[in-house]
Unconditional design. Structure first.
Length: 134
């Protein structure tokens, strides 16, 4: 019988919260997902894990940018996320580097995204210009 994605996600999230993340645990999770042919659901599983963590008070935000984020920027992101999740015990800012993000940052949570990149701002300006609202 195939285990549901939500059950897999909840089990992984709870195990990481309980014992912490380690190379051994990551290897075990990867092996399980490969054996159960669940790798195609990896993005969904990761979002479900983030949601489970958020419900437990540990909010993870993925901050995607071209350049490393300094401590002040990470703290600013953390304080803004804390306003959205006031019951959060901890806000974890995970950096991801992507050279296609020319400037600014893209923030991704389990069920929300905020695109503060230069490309998004320029696209918004273009859209407003075309519709005559600028």
């Amino acid at each position: 019988m195939k285990t549901s994605r939500s059950r897999i996600s909840k089990t992984i999230a709870n195990r990481i919260l309980k014992v912490g993340n380690s190379k051994k645990l990551s290897t075990e999770i990867a092996a399980y997902l490969l054996a159960e042919n669940q790798t195609k659901n990896l993005d969904s599983i990761l979002r479900d894990i983030q949601l489970t963590w958020a419900n437990e008070g540990y909010v993870e935000v993925i901050a995607t940018s071209s350049f490393p984020l300094d401590a002040k920027t990470k703290a600013s992101i953390g304080s803004r996320i804390k306003k959205v999740y006031p019951a959060a015990k901890q806000v974890i800012v995970t950096e991801v580097r992507d050279s296609s993000v020319i400037g600014g940052v893209k923030l991704s949570l389990a069920n929300q995204q905020l695109d503060l990149s230069m490309e998004a701002k320029l696209n918004k300006f273009k859209q407003l210009t075309i519709t005559g609202k600028v």
